[in-house]
Design a protein around this ligand. Sequence first.
Ligand code: BT5
Length: 327
Amino acid sequence: MSSRRSDVLSGLKTAGRAGLSGEVLACELGISRAAIAKHIAALRALGYGITAQAGVGYVLESVPDIPLAEEIAAALRSGFWESLRFVEQTGSTNDDCKELARAGAPQGTAVIAAQQREGRGRLGRSWASPAGGVYLSALLRPTAPLAELAPLSLVISLGVARGLESIGATPRLKWPNDVWLARGKLSGVLLETSAEADRADWVVAGVGINVRRPGDPLSGAAYLDDPREDGGAMPPPGLAVVAAAALDGIAWAYGEFGGGGFGALAAEYEKRSMLPGHDVTVRDLAGNVLADGRAAGIDGTGRLLVEQDGTSVAIAAGDVSLRPTRD
Ligand code: BT5
């Protein structure tokens, strides 16, 4: 959103029900009334409900439930985010963010979409991205050697979980990159990186979060507004609030990781992990079985530990399926 349009919007928000005339707005911002009318039209096109009443002026009646940069910025607490870019619809926010990374955009740039046409998971899997979810990609430029970045997808998923807790959700973590709610997958993380020698030039961390249950929900997926197991339902927060919470959580986790490595976060991860004590099969990304046993936890570098035939196997990357627990 242009900074002038943002100024018009914050003027309307401050005025509230009292409204604000085009004349006063034009005078305050030092632009013409015609320019104000243009910004009002653009805000309406984005979905803002703005009425024009004689003797009152413009009144902001409603804010659209889409993760607009302006609304996210207003809800953010972290100072980490340099630039937020909203797109109504795109192929994949990861692709958009990678383009910005290659063009030299700074760490702390994020692209947020209301919908994706070709949302991606790992290994070319697809990520269902209808309206009603949050799809974002964050540009990071870590300075640690590449070998130390292995736990980064755990770090990001932990950040997302912590962020969602701050708005009242009770998510759990499924190693390596899933955030679950009750019995379904709520969120996933896709990391893409470009490196030279042993340093990353950039990392794009893509996060999809299901918020509103669509008419045709995906099997195995959870949505933030699903009824809880105790029968209640989470009051549906606006999509911008969900996006801001996730971004705040990511900034926190990434900051901790930068300061003390994964060791600084391992206990926080473990606390939310849903795997320990469960029988699991772990496969590599080609589908070969890496371990078949009981998940015990993670080690200080984020590897999953599985007890198998009396020995502990440490796994750095893979996909986990839960099996019914036998005793
Ligand atoms: C992931 O992959 O979980 C990473 C998802 C990352 C999506 C974000 S959205 C913003 C950014 N832009 C992108 O294009 N991608 C990122 P993986 O662990 O491979 O899981 C993919 C699997 O999750 C699929 O094969 C489905 O089984 C399942 N799935 C697909 N869409 C889902 C959804 N909306 N909710 C829950 N599960 C889903």
